[in-house]
Design a protein around this ligand. Sequence first.
Ligand SMILES: *Cc1c(COP(=O)(O)O)cnc(C)c1O
Length: 217
Amino acid sequence: MAVKENILHFRSALPAHVCLVAVSKTKPAAMLQEAYDAGQRDFGENYVQELVEKQAGLPADIRWHFIGHLQSNKVKYIAPFVHLIHGVDSLSLLKEIDKQGRKNNRVIHCLIQLHIAMEETKFGFSIAEATALLNSKELVAYPNVAIDGFMAMASNTSDEDKIRAEFRQVKNLREQFPAYSVLSFGMSSDYRIAIEEGSTMVRIGSSIFGERNYSLS
Ligand SMILES: *Cc1c(COP(=O)(O)O)cnc(C)c1O
């Protein structure tokens, strides 16, 4: 798999306002280094331990994105260095991130995860819950957290109209809350639709690093 060529391809193909997060979960550090050498700086991981190990051994100017489901008791391990936490799916998690931000004397940037797909297994706030949260004064209580925008995953389907309609819900929410300007949606299979529907941050894994083999990880 030609990681360098894939990075260069995406960096030239994506519009300038769309940030490429290279999703490197399960992939060895040497592959991340190859992407880094091709100019990539934003990397996404979704297991805390794997992220901490990779961060320790790779260049310090990498911006680490945590894109998985984050358990509150693990926030402390990534709080000192994480660039953006994409999957904030509960107030209790937000509260813990704020606490760890204060301990580390920094503001931790986060995205509110929205549940837009039909599948039951996906985490996140419904559009109605997110609207209520953002309209409330609740977030003022967490000065060591900065909410930059929203993250979402569409249903795993080949039905493009369905994917598009799901992404459009995020776009509509963002129109009500323009201050939350970062929209993280779109993966290898659906990033083109995502960008058409207003994504500003795509999370691409297998199209850069190849298919993941979980049995080896
Ligand atoms: C694994 C993962 C991706 C990347 O998926 P690909 O299909 O390999 O591009 C994106 N977002 C999240 C949340 C993921 O867990």
